[in-house]
Design a protein around this ligand. Structure first.
Ligand SMILES: Nc1ncnc2c1ncn2[C@@H]1O[C@H](COP(=O)(O)OP(=O)(O)OP(=O)(O)O)[C@@H](O)[C@H]1O
Length: 862
């Protein structure tokens, strides 16, 4: 973004200058004799109302005095005018500040004459251009370096881009149809202002762009747009926009880069020719529009070498001088305009009225410190001026007065407008500094350097030659009078020979220089390569150093990680060893425990077997009625385990068993046995076995039948009676023998009914019989004498279940209830059926014991 556009002032520390208003009185037009204006001094004019004026007739006005910054009389020259109020504006533009100069007055009051003038008496505008170009000429940038970016600012092209653009424009210009405006006009014959202004920054490069527009019927038209005027021939109005610095600008307006004052002047003339001018009663070349000629000076600092423009768009400074020729206010009563002219006049007057209103509003705001809205937008003219009145810069107004008496009333209005405007203030622009940080005097240093280099080249060429490669001294001025002139011909031949030799020497020299140049180039290229290689080496070395550092760091990391890994491995080993030790200890412990338990189990089993054997021996004694000696163990019989063989944990059980055994042998309280006739539903069971039994049974025998409860569990039919069919003559049946049952029944025999189901589901019924004896202490003891095994029956076939009702004495605890002895002592018989709800699964060891016992019983029977 370029600097120097319409910057918004900081109100706190901003200085303000009033709008300076100048007054120019034109000479009386031809045919007019009476003047209503007289200049009192350089700053005051007096207006005298003529008799016929409206003011005199209606308001009865007197003379009025009006003060200005400067009053220019009829005989003032264009130059004096320019020097007084326009030159300072040019100086400001060169220093990067904005300026506005506008001419205001009635029609035919000399506004256009003041601003533009004629070719002999050029106006303010061409003089501004002349002075500007005179000032910047030595510092002008090459064409096309700066380019508008359509956003009211500029960009910088490179030399190559600029060169390409120049060629492109030159080609287009050559191929295009020469337009009326492009026809060669010799502006060199016009008067040229030779002045320059001071204060230019020599270290900047400068370029001037000009644009020219008119505001006609409140529309903006581009007067330099060739495509509108000469190609399409349809004019399109332009829009007003606000840029980033809140400056107003005309969007897409044609901005022409001009190389010199004549080129700029040519654009002015071109625009003037396109401007709407018409004949009116008061002015045969009356401007029907407001015209605005913009001169934009672009400046940017040179680079460090002072040779080319620094490519930094932020350092571009743009300053603008707007020269405005307003259309003249006019009264229709005087002009007698009709139609288009009347409409034009209406628009002109209304826009001027808006301008006056804006000035009044601004003045009131500034005087009374209020913020009334200034109606800039009511007219394109005032909207465009907004940048100047709200921004920074200088505003100058030239009041043009036609002194003829007929213009008195209009002049009075103009005076009022001038009076209002000169009370308005505008913020003073600050100096720009776009060379900050750059060496001052770069351009001058570069010029001196170039001159020195040039002079050194000439010194190298030696004394013989005037120019680097001349053929020697100049051709002698021989004048031959005859073809065989003996004086001139030899001298000429000598000269030519000398010249030829010199040329040969020069050729050798040239060749030598070429060689030197090529060698120099080679050396330079080698030096460049060397420099590049050195830089690359330095870079590589740098990289190497950084890589080495990185490598060292990584090595350190690896060592640290290895250490950590070793430590972890050691720790894991330690843990492993600890776990292994713990496992080993645990295993040993469990092995010992298992051994102990196995031994205990074995001991228990041996004890059981011994008990069984012992019991069998007793039974055999009973059966055979021959007392046998306790114990020579036969084959397959178990010897009694010794106390020292007793393992830990087997003590309790073994003792309990022995106690039970003892209680079984010495049972003193056994009750009587009853016998009931069983209701047999299974005839095959009772048959032969019961008869055999009955044959052995004597009539005097009284039996105490010990059998478990019927219907121990619901749904189970207890049918032990039907199975046995004992048919005993006298019997008493008890479920659980009590102490006095034997005495009551006077039983001398005891029978225990027992049923057991084997793994094939067959039910085996056993009758364990014994004799009852009275003991000396008055009790009863039972000596078991026989175990009778009845035929096995399938439990399903007989459709009967034998339910075991376990009635243990509390003292028995968890004693092994499955052994026969125990059941005898606690009066249990039967064996559970298949029903899982009530089945009892004895320990494996118990099963083993039971089987072996069964074998023994079978043997006994046989
Ligand atoms: N100071 C002057 N000296 C000599 N001739 C002048 C002067 N001022 C104006 N004229 C002449 O008066 C005529 C009208 O002047 P000009 O066109 O400049 O008036 P204007 O104010 O621009 O009018 P409009 O507003 O209608 O365009 C021109 O022919 C011009 O040459």
């Amino acid at each position: 973004m370029s600097k120097g556009n319409f910057r918004t002032p900081k109100k706190a520390n901003a200085y303000k200058d009033p709008v300076k208003v100048y007054c120019r009185i034109r000479p009386l037009p031809l045919g007019s004799t009476e003047s209503c204006i007289s200049s009192v001094n350089d700053t005051e004019v007096r207006l005298s109302p003529p008799q016929e004026s409206h003011a005199a007739r209606v308001n009865n006005c007197d003379e009025t005095s009006h003060h200005f910054e400067r009053v220019f009389k009829e005989d003032v020259s264009q130059k004096e005018l320019f020097d007084t109020f326009a030159l300072p504006l040019v100086e400001d533009v060169v220093r990067g500040k904005n300026g506005l100069l506008f001419a205001y007055g009635n029609t035919c009051s000399g506004k256009t004459y003041t601003m533009t003038g004629s070719s002999s008496e050029i106006g303010v505008l061409p003089r501004c251009l002349d002075v500007l170009f005179n000032t910047i000429k030595p510092y002008q940038a090459k064409k096309c370096i700066f380019t508008p970016n359509k956003l009211n600012s500029f960009d910088i092209r490179t030399e190559a881009e600029a060169s390409f653009e120049r060629q492109y424009k030159a080609t287009n210009q050559a191929q295009g149809t020469p337009s009326r405006s492009k026809r060669k006009v010799d502006y060199s014959k016009r008067y040229h202002e030779g002045m320059t202004v001071q204060g230019i920054d020599e270290d900047n490069a400068y370029t001037v762009f000009v644009s020219f527009v008119e505001i006609y019927n409140n529309y903006i038209y581009d007067l330099l747009d060739d495509s509108s005027f000469e190609i399409a021939r349809t004019l399109s109005s332009k829009a007003l926009r606000e840029d980033s610095t809140r400056g107003m600008y005309i969007s897409n307006v044609t901005e022409v880069e001009v190389a010199d004052a004549d080129a700029a002047y040519a654009q002015l003339i071109k625009g003037q020719q396109r401007r709407r001018v018409a004949y009116t009663k008061l002015n045969h070349e009356s401007s029907r529009s407001h015209s605005i000629f913009n001169i934009r000076l672009i400046q940017a600092p040179l680079d460090d070498d002072g040779e080319t423009v620094l490519r930094d768009s932020s350092r571009i400074a743009t300053s603008q001088l707007s020269l405005v020729d307003l259309a003249g206010s006019e009264r229709t009563a005087r002009t007698n305009n009709e139609g288009v002219r009347l409409k034009e006049a209406g628009n002109i007057n209304s826009s001027l009225m808006v301008l006056r209103t804006c000035m009044e509003c601004l003045r009131d705001n500034q005087a009374n410190q209020v913020k009334k809205i200034v109606p800039y937008r009511d007219s394109k003219l005032t909207y465009l001026f907004k940048s100047y009145f709200e921004g920074e810069g200088k505003v100058r107004l030239v009041i043009c007065l036609n002194p003829q008496a007929a213009d008195y009333d209009e002049n009075l209005h103009v005076m009022k407008f001038a009076s209002i405007t000169q009370d308005v203030t505008v913020t003073r622009a600050k100096d720009i500094n776009i060379n900050q940080g750059l060496t001052p005097g770069r351009r001058r240093a570069n010029i001196i350097y170039k001159e020195v280099v040039k002079s050194m080249r000439f010194e190298d060429d030696g004394e013989h030659s005037e120019t680097p490669f001349s053929l020697g001294r100049l051709f002698p001025n021989y004048l031959m009078t005859a073809p065989d002139d003996k004086d001139i011909l030899p001298a000429l031949m000598e000269f030519l020979r000398e010249r030829s030799a010199h040329r040969a020497a020069l050729q050798i020299e040239l060749k030598h220089r070429a060689e030197i140049t090529s060698k120099d180039r080679e050396v330079q290229s080698l030096e460049r390569k060397l420099k590049n290689s050195t830089e690359k080496m330095a870079l590589l070395q740098q990289n190497l150093n950084s890589l080495e550092t990185e490598n060292k760091t990584l090595e350190h990391q690896i060592v640290a990680e290895r250490r950590a890994a070793d430590e972890e491995r050691r720790e894991r080993g330690r843990l492993k060893e600890a776990v292994r030790g713990a496992v080993f200890q645990e295993r040993e412990k469990w092995e010992k425990e298992c051994d102990k338990r196995v031994k205990a189990t074995q001991f228990n089993m041996k004890s059981k077997l011994w008990e069984t054997d012992e019991k069998l021996r007793l039974l055999r004694e009973i059966v055979e009625n021959t007392p046998t000696k306790a114990s020579k163990p036969s084959e397959g019989m178990v010897t009694r385990p010794r106390a020292h063989e007793k393992p830990e944990g087997a003590v309790t059980r073994s003792r309990a068993q022995e106690q039970r055994m003892s209680s079984a042998k010495n049972m003193s309280d056994v009750t009587n046995m009853n016998q009931e006739t069983p209701k047999s539903s299974v005839k095959s069971v009772k048959g032969r076995e019961v008869k055999k039994y009955l044959r052995r049974s004597q009539p005097s025998d009284i039996w105490l039948e010990h059998k478990p409860d019927e219907n121990v569990d619901e749904g189970i039919i207890f049918q032990i009676d039907t199975l046995l069919q004992l048919n005993l003559r006298k019997k008493k049946t008890v479920e659980t023998p009590k102490v006095n049952d034997f005495a009551k029944a006077q039983a001398n025999h005891y029978v225990l009914e027992h049923q057991e189901e084997d793994s094939q589901g067959e039910i085996e019924t056993q009758l364990i019989k014994g004799d009852v004896f009275e003991t000396e202490t008055g009790g009863h003891s039972v000596h078991f004498t026989d175990v009778e095994v009845l035929q096995k029956r399938k439990s399903i076939e007989i459709n009967a279940c034998v339910v075991i009702r376990r009635k243990r004495r509390s003292s028995e605890g968890s004693a092994d209830w499955t052994d026969v002895e125990t059941r005898c002592s606690i009066a249990i018989e039967g064996r559970p059926n298949m029903s899982p709800a009530i089945s009892h699964k004895p320990l494996k060891s118990e099963n083993v014991c039971s089987e072996s016992m069964q074998k023994s019983f079978n043997k006994i029977k046989l």
